[in-house]
Design a protein around this ligand. Structure first.
Ligand code: FMN
Length: 183
């Protein structure tokens, strides 16, 4: 049985939902998944006990959560020695404008340069507008961005742009590509 560690960083909760979805999918496939919040990691966490690691974090003003930067930076050598994936969750990833995708990719490149990590797989994952959770200023700013981009801007509700089928496909391939010794 493969043991997969999933560590996530989140600000409004969508990346937690994505990490838990991946954990459930991996468990359904008969493998073991442990899902951890990067702000609340056990002191005795042993990366060596896992066959593969997925880190997921979301973008806020071009940056991923500091807690995930620290986790990856502190464990870069171990991560670089095993199958790993980085999921960068953002609204740029939901766009069909190549400039937005380029921006999202640039943020990922900076994250990898800052941490020294070379993940086996990199996925740009569409996040969500969680208007009902934003404070006044965030709601106003996000509505403005949404209007400019032709995205949903009714702030009385949330909009999930995450493509769950694409995530399932990613996780299936990630598991299939693990070395036979991990299965
Ligand atoms: C204040 C704020 C800043 C954001 N900045 C960016 C950004 O720079 N690029 C981007 O593509 N998405 C940006 N987003 C969108 C988030 O990445 C998206 O809502 C994501 O789903 C958040 O995930 P989380 O709920 O796990 O934190 C921003 C959202 C907020 C609220």
């Amino acid at each position: 049985m493969a043991r997969v560690l999933i560590v996530y960083g989140t600000t409004e909760g969508q990346t937690r939902k994505i990490a838990q979805f991946l954990g459930d999918f991996i468990a359904e496939k008969g493998q073991e998944a442990r899902v951890l919040d990067s702000t609340d990691l056990p002191a005795d966490l042993d990366i060596g006990a896992y066959d593969a690691v997925i880190a997921a974090a979301s973008l806020h003003i071009g940056r991923h959560q500091t807690s995930i930067v620290h986790f990856v930076h502190d464990h870069a050598a171990e991560l670089n020695a095993k199958p790993t994936a980085f999921l960068s969750v953002s609204l740029c990833a939901a766009s069909d404008d190549p400039d937005d995708l380029h921006d999202a990719r640039k943020c990922v490149d900076r994250f990898l340069a800052d941490t020294g990590w070379r993940p086996t797989r990199i996925e740009l994952v569409a996040g969500a507008f969680r208007y009902t959770q934003y404070d006044f200023f965030k709601r106003w700013a996000m509505k403005l961005i949404a209007r400019r981009k032709g995205a949903p801007s009714d702030t009385s509700q949330d909009y999930e742009l995450t493509d769950w089928a694409a995530l399932r496909a990613f996780a299936g391939t990630f598991l299939d590509e693990l070395p036979a010794s991990a299965a």
